[in-house]
Design a protein around this ligand. Structure first.
Ligand SMILES: C=C(CC[C@@H](C)[C@H]1CC[C@H]2C3=CC[C@H]4[C@H](C)[C@@H](O)CC[C@]4(C)[C@H]3CC[C@]12C)C(C)C
Ligand SMILES: C[S@@+](CC[C@H](N)C(=O)[O-])C[C@H]1O[C@@H](n2cnc3c(N)ncnc32)[C@H](O)[C@@H]1O
Length: 361
């Protein structure tokens, strides 16, 4: 080949590579690059072992049924997935209904703002974010409401990521991040003016434990909203396909066991809350929340190739490919859960801690 031909071929290959890596299916908000993928707080050489350990939790009898093991199991999970989530999804680790004419990023932000609008907080109020991830919702909510948001997550790596993002966004004066277990929160009784949880309490082995903790730290009269992961009225425990999809979702998302939508209000009342409102935000006329997962399929293939190459040349930890594969399969289970209507990640419940504690009978 003459030099000109060689140059043209090289240029074409470079453009193709640029398109493949950078343009094809970009994430909503790039916080991470593929070359920076890590195992969170786990050192690179231990990622593969931790991935195996994660799966061992699902051996029968399920270890995650022992409540005291769940925080460790969830912590391991988030060490493994946090960078991939940020890289391939953005800084908000949740779903939202699609909105015609709006980007995923805008739809995500509106879903987050709705949560804080529902709990009616004022600028300067102290609000709790139960299971805050790397703080995507926290920043949107602080900017929208001017409230002081305190987020709690079990995963130390997420705490550092969230603090970094808060600083970069200039919101560190409004946003604080604490590493801790939401089943035993390091906060005093009656100290928050409101609380919210977005797709996080599904990790609690017993919902009453986390709801009781939120109840304890809220000031009397204040509101708590939660977006819960649930099985819906369409779910049938005797349908093998339904069971396969729900188990697939549990295993790929570190869940000790999905709850049925009917159980949520019962638990809330049991710990003392008044139920103000309850609604599945996934139901029509809302547009499907799982469209974004389906649309990303080509990008997942691109990501799979990238992760495989990066792990082979030693840039990404060994084990990243397994984690990515797991998420790839999980995306399919979630999509099937959405398409069939048996699962919702946004069963909204709005609760009030009564002004006067209920009398014991
Ligand atoms: C609330 C939870 C997490 C919900 C979602 C944020 C994540 C659930 C499944 C995740 C993903 C699946 C496929 C990945 C893809 C293969 C990869 O290339 C890029 C990242 C994914 C899109 C990833 C992103 C986050 C999710 C959508 C749970 C854990 C309670
Ligand atoms: C799917 S992420 C959602 C994060 C955030 N709400 C968002 O929407 O971006 C779930 C979060 O719950 C946190 N979490 C799960 N179990 C926890 C526990 N026992 N104590 C504290 N945080 C927990 C995880 O660490 C993670 O940050």
């Amino acid at each position: 080949m003459d030099p000109f031909g060689l140059f043209c071929t090289g240029a074409l290959l470079a453009c193709g590579l640029y398109w493949f890596v950078c343009l094809l299916g970009p994430a909503e908000q790039k916080g991470k690059r593929a070359v920076d993928l890590s195992g969170g707080s786990i050192s690179a050489e231990k990622v593969q072992d931790n991935y195996k350990q994660y799966w061992s939790f699902f051996r029968q009898p399920k270890e995650i049924e022992t409540a005291e093991k769940v925080p460790d199991f969830v912590d391991t999970f988030y060490n493994l997935v946090t960078d991939i989530y940020e890289w391939g999804w953005g800084q908000s680790f949740h779903f939202s209904p699609s909105i015609r004419g709006k980007s995923h990023r805008d739809a995500t932000r509106l879903h987050e703002e709705m949560a804080v609008d529902l709990i009616e907080v004022k600028p300067g109020d102290r609000v709790l974010d139960v299971g805050c991830g790397v703080g995507g919702p926290m920043r949107a909510i602080a900017a929208h409401s001017r409230a002081n948001v305190v987020g709690i997550t079990i995963n130390e790596y997420q705490v550092n990521r969230a603090r970094l993002h808060n600083k970069k966004a200039g919101l560190d004066s409004l946003c604080e991040v604490v590493c801790g277990n939401f089943l035993e929160m390091p906060f005093k009784d009656n100290t928050f003016d409101g609380a919210y949880s977005i797709e996080a309490t599904c990790h609690a082995p017993k919902l009453e434990e986390v709801y009781a903790e939120v109840f304890r730290v809220l000031k009397p009269g204040s509101l708590y909203v939660s977006y819960e992961w649930v099985t819906t009225d369409k779910y049938r425990g005797d349908n093998p396909e339904h069971v396969e999809v729900i188990q697939g979702i549990e295993r790929g998302d570190a869940l000790p066991g999905l709850r049925n939508y009917k159980d949520i209000a019962e638990v809330a009342k049991k710990v003392g809350f008044e139920v103000v409102k309850e609604k599945d935000l996934a139901k029509p006329p809302a547009l499907p929340w799982w469209t974004r997962l389906k649309m990303g399929r080509i990008a997942y293939w691109r990501n799979h190739i990238l992760v495989t190459v990066l792990a082979a040349i030693g840039i990404a930890p060994k084990g990243t490919v397994d984690v990515h594969d797991m998420l790839f399969k999980t995306a399919d289970y979630l999509t099937r859960g959405g398409d069939s209507g048996i699962f919702s990640p946004m069963h909204m419940i709005l609760l009030r801690k009564p002004q006067v504690p209920p009398t014991q009978s």
